[in-house]
Design a protein around this ligand. Structure first.
Ligand code: NFS
Length: 675
């Protein structure tokens, strides 16, 4: 801390304005608190460092040592032919497409490696090599098996019998792991998509062959001097991103459900106010739920709670940050302590006895912040270590997961007594209901008669629900924390668009109280409010982490199957959004949504603006191929209105726009009609 103080004094760096940095009061208070303590946070660093204007537009090529070649747009835009080129002759379109493709590759790799890790743990469980992991949800296993071509019944003695569940598990594990590297064929899950979409992928030659290959091929194609046609590069983006959404991410979601249970609605709380001064507070942060599941189990054990009490605490409080928060929130109701941008602030409360991180979205600066407090910062994944000396590495392995979890929980408890006097937990939290899997939405909004999404479709057709929006993704310190998330979502539900959320948008909505059924009466249009009240659901359905965006693809597919709203995902009154995106994973997600037929709007900016032809290809031409397209709008209200306009366009094409006009008639209109 002394060193940080010295640096701060010497340079007198510009500090973030807490109110301008976030709409959330706990975040504002803790930014100010950090500044009092001379500890810099991401908000201050964003105030001090401007982003590179050329990189921001996607037109800096550093793929060979003759560069980096920077191709800024001429002042006043391009008049006539675009003559910009790098040393090798690469055009702005090629450069921006390559950069974009590498973002897709990194994002797809992150999700898919997560999926691979889960599949490996699942294999250990199927082989019964581990005590810690068991098949918890056999129904889900039986539902998933046929998609891998694994039989769930056998014929014996002339009769059909259920197959042994352990055998099924083992075969599913083998088939699933094979998806990363199979030599021939295509991904097994692609056929889960509506038939017309699958046909489009076939016709355009973009069906992923295996997950790893498509990611590797992006790296090859974007190497110096290989693919120099932005359209062909985009084609590979489609292949790799589909390998994420309908591959790695979907397998991650499915196998996590099999191992840890398919989510069903449950209640919890969100925001940093969930931390308790008189409890041992453990924050789990990152993405893979394999270790955090064990920490949840361990922290609930009576002997651990007794141990905590023996050290002067009243109990153990767990909280999640980022998608780990979403994973353990949706399955166990563990409170969500905060979004991506609140990770440093969780430590700045002074009440975080241990922060356990695995992979993705973890700030290296956590180590510097932890140094200023008693917090034990523990990395757990072999591919994600930190160089700082104060960080403890406890490498997780499924074969000794419970022992690892016990070690971590005990370490946190032992650390409780070391808390300083600087504890400041902001007193803000909101109650939240989460756990809306495809299966549980079917239960709440489906018809038992047809066993599908019939009731949801019915309400879309009759216009009570105008359409469906998937609003997802990160926070970004270049914009006011949570403001765009909340404004976009509120504008949508005000206009009767039901929102499915994942990732940090889900946490933002939880913090804002939008994940409660009661919020419908306050924020929704009359049609959506009525549906929420009748069914008892929030207007914003939290469907999990970012790999669980695969649930959104399958929910859209269920809506298609239920009938009455077209034959393909692109026919639905549906739109996607990432208002505050920052991660490469978001680009991969955006691209598989678009390639699956979803109109998808991003906030802030896209790294395509320096190459207008390439940008137009994504935002106009893609629609002709897959029915979905990219769009960009930084203003949250306009952003939501663009989604609503798309939804209305689809309602019109389906011929259900009139139904909605009828629903929105007020009493005077009705009386006029009756008269
Ligand atoms: Ni998604 Fe989840 Fe959050 Fe963004 Fe990071 S936690 S995987 S990448 S920041 S939503």
């Amino acid at each position: 801390m002394a060193e940080i103080n010295k640096t701060a004094a010497a340079k007198a760096p510009k500090l973030a304005d807490p109110i301008a940095s976030s709409i959330d009061k706990s975040t504002q208070e803790l930014i100010a608190r950090a500044q009092q303590l001379n500890i810099d946070t991401v908000f201050d660093r964003a105030a001090q460092m401007k982003p590179c204007a050329i990189g921001l537009q996607g037109i800096c090529c550093k793929n060979c040592a003759m560069g980096p070649c920077r191709l800024p747009l001429p002042k006043g835009g391009i008049d006539g032919e675009d003559t910009r080129k790098g040393l090798c002759g690469a055009t702005a379109n090629t450069i921006a497409a390559r950069n974009f493709a590498r973002m897709v590759a990194a994002g797809a790799a992150a999700h898919s490696d997560h999926g691979r890790c889960v599949a490996e743990v699942f294999m250990s469980a199927a082989r019964k090599e581990t005590e810690a992991y068991k098949i918890k949800d056999t129904n889900k296993l039986l539902a998933v098996a046929p998609h891998f071509g694994v039989a769930t019944t056998v014929e014996a003695d002339g009769a059909v019998q259920d197959r042994n569940i352990d055998e099924i598990a083992l075969e599913v594990a083998e088939k699933a792991l094979n998806e990363w590297g199979k030599a021939e064929g295509e991904l097994d899950y692609l056929k889960r998509a509506p038939a017309p979409l699958y046909e489009k992928w076939t016709k355009n030659g973009v069906k992923p062959r295996n997950i790893d290959r498509e990611i590797v091929e992006i790296m090859h194609r974007t190497h110096m001097g290989v693919d120099q046609d932005y359209k062909n590069i985009v084609k590979q983006c489609t292949r790799a991103s589909l390998a994420d959404g309908w591959g790695g991410s979907m397998i991650a979601t499915d196998l996590q459900d099999v191992l840890f249970g398919t989510p069903y609605p449950l209640q919890s709380e969100a925001n940093l106010g969930v931390l308790k001064e008189d409890h041992v507070n453990i924050i789990v942060h990152g993405h893979e739920p394999v270790l955090s599941e064990m920490i949840v189990a361990m922290s609930q054990k009576p002997e651990m709670i007794e141990y905590a009490k023996s050290k002067g605490a009243k109990g153990i409080q767990l909280g999640g940050i980022c998608c780990t928060a979403n994973e353990i929130f949706q399955r166990h109701g563990v409170p969500q302590a905060g979004t991506y941008l609140q990770q440093e602030l969780a430590i700045i409360t002074g009440a975080c006895d241990a922060m356990v991180v695995d992979i993705q979205c973890v700030f290296q600066n956590l180590a510097n912040v932890a140094k200023c407090f008693h917090t034990k910062l523990i990395t757990t994944h072999p591919i994600a270590k930190m160089e700082q000396e104060n960080v403890i590495h406890i490498e997780f392995d499924e074969h000794h997961a419970l022992e690892d979890a016990e070690k971590i929980v005990r370490m946190a408890i032992d650390n409780f007594k070391n808390r300083g006097s600087e504890v400041m937990i902001p007193q803000y939290k909101a109650s939240a209901i989460g756990g809306f899997s495809v299966e549980s939405v079917q239960y709440h909004l489906g018809g038992t008669f047809r066993g599908t999404y019939y009731t949801l479709n019915d309400n879309i057709i009759n216009g009570r629900i105008r359409g469906v929006a998937g609003v997802v993704g990160c926070n970004n310190a270049r914009t006011r924390h949570n403001e765009a998330h909340i404004q976009v979502v509120k504008e949508l539900i005000k206009n009767d668009v039901i929102v499915l959320t994942t990732g940090c948008n889900g946490i933002a909505c939880a913090m804002e109280g939008l994940l409660t059924p009661e919020s419908a009466a306050v924020h929704c249009g009359p049609g959506l409010a009525e549906v929420c009240e009748t069914v008892g659901i929030p207007p914003v359905l939290h469907m999990g982490s970012c790999v669980d965006n695969s649930r959104l693809l399958l929910a859209a597919t269920e809506v298609v199957k239920a009938g009455g709203l077209g034959k393909d995902i692109c026919d639905l009154p549906l739109a996607g959004s990432a208002p505050e995106w920052m991660s490469e994973k978001a680009i991969s997600i955006g691209h598989y949504f678009v390639s699956s037929g979803v109109y998808t709007v991003f906030g802030l900016h896209l790294p395509t603006s320096g190459a207008p032809v390439f940008h137009d290809y994504l935002s106009k031409e893609m629609e002709k191929i897959y029915g979905g397209r990219w769009d960009l709008e930084a203003d949250p209200i306009k952003h939501a209105q663009m989604m609503i306009a798309h939804i209305d366009k689809k309602r019109k094409e389906l011929g259900i726009d009139k139904a909605r006009e009828r629903v929105l008639m007020d009493m005077a209109d009705r009386q006029a009609l009756e008269g």
